[in-house]
Design a binder for this molecule. Structure first.
Ligand code: NDP
Length: 339
């Protein structure tokens, strides 16, 4: 059985959907209440591959909210992730994806040192960040959507916002090795890490966000921002392709400009309907078929009975592993979202 550990995008979002999730008593509660709420299994899932194989899974709501980080409720945030992982393990789930901020919190606060959660000793090989599949899907979106909008990669400047992150660095590695992208703009805050990435790639310009955005033909947004930025469409080059892979979205604004194409990044579409209700709750356009690529990674590992932490640690995603998970993604009927 596979598992998905997820969270909602804000306190307001959580209050809105608590009733749909079957928890009316959570609907009017503030951040303090969510800080003390335990993890819950809120959805049972059945997925069928195009090969005909069927698997079962569970969605676990960790009750983490991005406001916990903004309000320095770090202890609550870390407890949410560890408790959700222990809950998954106690329920016998073989492989569980750490969605959205779950893996970021795990890494940032070095949660591998807290293996013992009450009477459960966490077995990390039962978990995957799902970032290898997410990075692969974002790269395929860059390759396929750029062709659709008429941007030639060999003449394109690609800005990666969050370039030094787990997903961002993997995206840079793939686009550098597998495509003929003309130039990279590397955007993040920590300069040492940016320089390390630049020397690994042997190219790319380090730039602040404000000066980088107007120069890019393609922007890949994979920064771990707890709240999206409000950016005007005038900021961007025309035409421009924006691939927003953040959860919550890095771009808060709904841009409406005919020459600025915004794509939901890191989202896959399955070829067959999935029996679940959770993607409706996170407002996916086609909730029966569309899902986060990190969640799809745990499904792929379950289909293949690969019970291992396929994606783990930071900045260790190789092009070879992206190819491997990409092959499984196609085999089981997933494809990158392109509309
Ligand atoms: P990491 O924490 O590994 O990396 C985050 C990157 O963002 C770092 O380069 C960081 O560098 C940069 N960053 C953070 N804040 C800012 C800022 N204000 N301005 C510029 N850069 C910033 O995160 P991941 O790679 O694991 O995840 C990235 C995003 O992808 C997250 O939003 C996550 O929720 C989402 N995600 C989506 C998935 C999907 O299936 N679609 C799956 C998993 C994650 P620095 O701190 O130096 O600025």
């Amino acid at each position: 059985m596979f598992g998905l550990i997820g969270h909602l995008t804000s306190l307001q979002h959580a209050q809105l959907v608590a009733r749909d999730l079957g928890y009316p008593e959570y609907a009017d509660q503030g951040l303090d209440f969510w800080c003390s709420a335990p993890p819950q299994i809120v959805d049972n899932i059945t997925v069928t591959s195009v090969t005909g194989q069927t698997i079962e899974g569970r969605y676990l709501e960790s009750c983490f909210l991005p406001e916990m980080l903004a309000n320095r409720r770090i202890k609550a945030a870390t407890r949410k992730i560890l408790n959700a992982m222990a809950h998954a393990q106690k329920h016998g789930i073989d492989i569980t994806a750490l969605g959205g901020f779950s893996s970021i919190i795990f890494e940032n606060f070095k949660l591998e040192q807290f293996r013992q959660v009450r009477n459960v000793e966490l077995e990390f090989e039962r978990f995957t960040t799902g970032n290898t599949h997410t990075a692969y899907i974002i790269c395929r979106q860059v390759e396929q959507a750029s062709e659709q909008v008429g941007i030639d990669l060999s003449q394109a400047t690609v800005a990666v916002c969050g370039a030094t992150g787990d997903i961002g660095s993997a995206v840079c590695r793939w686009l550098d090795k597998k495509t003929d992208v003309q130039d990279f703009l590397l955007i993040a805050r920590n300069q040492d890490r940016l320089q390390e990435l630049q020397s690994e790639l042997g190219r790319g310009k380090i730039m602040p966000l404000e000066s980088g955005l107007p120069l890019a033909d393609i922007v890949v947004w994979v920064a771990s921002m707890p709240k999206g930025l409000d950016i005007d469409s005038h900021t961007f080059k025309k035409p421009c392709l924006l691939i927003d892979g953040g959860y919550p979205k890095n771009l808060a604004t709904k841009l409406q400009h005919p020459e600025v194409r915004v794509l939901n990044g890191g989202i896959v579409e399955h070829s067959l309907d999935i029996d679940w209700k959770i993607m409706q709750i996170v407002n996916m356009d086609v909730p029966g078929r569309q899902l986060f690529a990190c969640f799809a990674e745990s499904m792929l590992l379950e289909f293949e009975k690969l019970y291992t932490n396929f994606s783990w640690g930071r900045n260790q995603i190789t092009v070879e592993k992206m190819e491997q998970i990409g092959h499984l993604s196609l085999k089981h009927g997933f494809r990158p979202l392109l509309v």
